[in-house]
Design a protein around this ligand. Structure first.
Ligand SMILES: [Zn+2]
Length: 280
């Protein structure tokens, strides 16, 4: 039987995405850095803290009225209204934390907010119920280097892990591998590479750390074979890929989605255009 590998838009074989939490004031230079290198991040906001920062002199958090302009071109995602330990709350309080955060962020951005990051990485089965009730489609944990240390695409989007934390000692080794390896040569892979890094900009308080993150950005940016999506863009593309339908012999592929979807067969990329059916 045939086997196809999921590739990214324009047949790119790799994707890199970033995810930074807590909307603290160091996000201002961090966003400028990502913009300089054409990288995309999700910024995960506990909006109560940003509401409180409004009108303060030099607050630790980004004031709520600033978030729309500051994070332009990136994704804004929910992070619990008051940054609670969600696993210690009853379901209705959890629901409030998610609902109020999403409502506040949507009011101040005018956007639809569908992403979530677990504060402190804590959650339980009720949290996942609350996510579903509130229409949040992915939820990032604080776990880096899951399972097999590979550049895998999440299977369970409500408990999605990352490749590593920004300060992981293996960050640059991983970047080296990510750049130099070609996923198309491994015919057993389900998808192209995904490199996802999470962190907090307040951890960049020393000059040394700013230099480290800049050299990482420089190393991984501007590459022809890499797509740089936000997490929600990545999620939407993968969902569209999952919506493809196939004939039983896998020779005919139909794409009901609004995205051109790229795959590879035996290491050769091809596209199934949006709304079209192709015969391989
Ligand atoms: Zn946090």
């Amino acid at each position: 039987m045939k086997h196809y590998m999921m590739l990214y838009p324009q047949g790119k074989t790799k994707a890199l995405t970033l995810s930074f939490d807590d909307a603290c004031k160091n996000d201002r230079p961090l966003v400028a850095l990502f913009n300089k290198y054409g990288l995309k991040s999700s910024f995960n906001v506990s909006s109560c803290n940003c509401v409180k920062a409004e009108g303060q002199t030099d607050p630790w958090n980004i004031p709520i009225s600033e978030i729309k302009d500051l994070y332009k071109g990136h994704e804004i995602a929910c992070h619990g209204y008051t940054h609670p330990h969600l696993d210690r709350l009853p379901l209705e309080a959890m629901n409030y934390e998610l609902y109020k955060d999403r409502l506040t962020l949507e009011e101040y951005t005018g956007d639809i907010i569908k992403g979530f990051v677990y504060p402190y990485g804590n959650y339980n089965n009720d949290t996942i119920t609350a996510l579903k009730i509130n229409g949040l489609v992915y939820a990032r944990t604080c776990i880096g280097f899951p399972k097999n240390h590979e550049f895998d695409v999440p299977e369970n989007w409500l408990e999605m892990d990352t490749t590593c934390h920004q300060s992981d000692s293996r960050l640059f080794d991983l970047a080296e591998r990510f750049i130099n390896e070609n996923p198309l040569t491994n015919h057993h892979r389900k998808a192209g590479y995904l490199f996802s890094v999470w962190g907090h900009s307040y951890e960049f308080d020393s000059t040394e750390n700013w230099e480290r993150i800049e050299s990482f950005c420089k190393k991984v940016s501007g590459r022809e074979d890499v797509w740089y999506p936000t997490t929600i863009e990545l999620y939407s593309y993968v969902k569209a890929y999952k919506s493809l339908t196939y004939s039983i012999d896998m020779n005919v592929i139909s794409n009901p989605s609004a995205y051109d979807i790229w795959l590879a067969k035996d290491g050769v990329p091809f596209a199934v255009p949006a709304g079209k059916t192709v015969k391989i």
